[in-house]
Design a protein around this ligand. Sequence first.
Ligand SMILES: Cc1cc2nc3c(=O)[nH]c(=O)nc-3n(C[C@H](O)[C@H](O)[C@H](O)COP(=O)(O)O)c2cc1C
Length: 425
Amino acid sequence: MASRDLSVDFLGVHFQNPFCLSSSPVGNCYEMCAKAYETGWGGVVYKTLHTDDFKVDEVSPRFDELTKECTPFVGFKNMEQIAEHPLESDLAAIRRLKAEYPDGVLIASIMGQDEGEWEELARTVEAAGADMVEMNLSCPQMTSHAMGSDVGVNPDLCRRYAAAVKRGTSLPVLAKMTPNITDMCVVAKASLEGGADGIAAINTVKSVANVDLDLHVGLPVINGKSAISGFSGKAVKPIALRFLQQMRSDPELADLPVSGIGGIETWRDACEFILMGATTLQVTTSVMQYGYRVVEDMKDGLVRYMGSQGVDSLADLVGLATANILPAEDLDRDYRVYPEVDQDACVGCGRCYISCYDGAHQAIVWDEADRRVSVDEERCVGCHLCRLVCPVHAIHFGRVAMKGGRDGDPADVVCRPKGVPYDLT
Ligand SMILES: Cc1cc2nc3c(=O)[nH]c(=O)nc-3n(C[C@H](O)[C@H](O)[C@H](O)COP(=O)(O)O)c2cc1C
């Protein structure tokens, strides 16, 4: 594919492309990370390291999935904690990876139980050759409440632990945020005050994804019981993007360096995170489902998207959407765009009629005789439920009108009909 440059500089570190494995089982040992570099990932965030004082004791089974109409892994629930190996064996893997793949960025994720441990872990991973440190302030299913998301919702601990990490290393430091919080800006700012250089967001969302109807237990069932734990994958993408928006639209965080995480599965997801302010991107769940090769399509699509946007540098795309997402009270409430039915494409299934009647404003007119629909603009409020439920994409954005006959040109209808891709040829 085209030779457009996907490289980015992030916190002073050069990435051949923005795609990184996020810290998780997908980057858990030398062999996995080596294969990821060879498949074309720009970086690896190694599975979270800890001191040998913390004993990782995992449950079985440890995963569950949310499905919808036969689509697996719409969301993914895991019960896993942090690295399962002794610290020294992971440090040896990091040393070997840096020796053999010097151009692949290696970010060491760490988690301590107190300031001393954070500082020491930071010092240790720098000595092993890591390029960057990521503070895991965010795993939600730790067996110790002195670790993980219980720490990441506490601004004072975030500040103190970031300062401890900076005492231990001169490497750039990312603080990885928990989404299990109302306002991420508070803990992000505290982490930066402590000395963190940027933010990684998000870790997993606390969840109960399914309940066994016979056993009356959440899934996965671990010898008869279950627990709340982290949810990831496509379903969390909207939550991740919302937090990126909240941070980057805070005047104090406008230039915040961000590594975006949460439900990135396709090149389109990747572009969305970049437009919302992420410079690098991290991925776990889609790799667990499809393997490291997902990066090939994501890189290919990103290069084509850059071409369609006429940019040569990824940096030119970072954060372009932030200024276009406003507080709800600032939107133009005079603006109406009506749906338009493409009669040649319509298959007469009636889905739009049913949804509009039962769930909206009874504005779709159903002609029983020839199974055709049309829009009654007197009743239609332009909500576009009909367009979203149409299984054959036969409903598009149509006429634009300004409520109350307001003067001036309505903005272009820039919304894209569902399912119609960008022209990336
Ligand atoms: C099985 C599993 C284990 C994970 N372990 C860690 C971990 O050790 N450290 C960490 O910071 N995040 C961990 N995560 C969170 C991921 O790095 C990532 O933040 C989250 O899954 C959202 O990204 P995704 O939707 O691409 O999976 C884990 C996620 C999963 C699914």
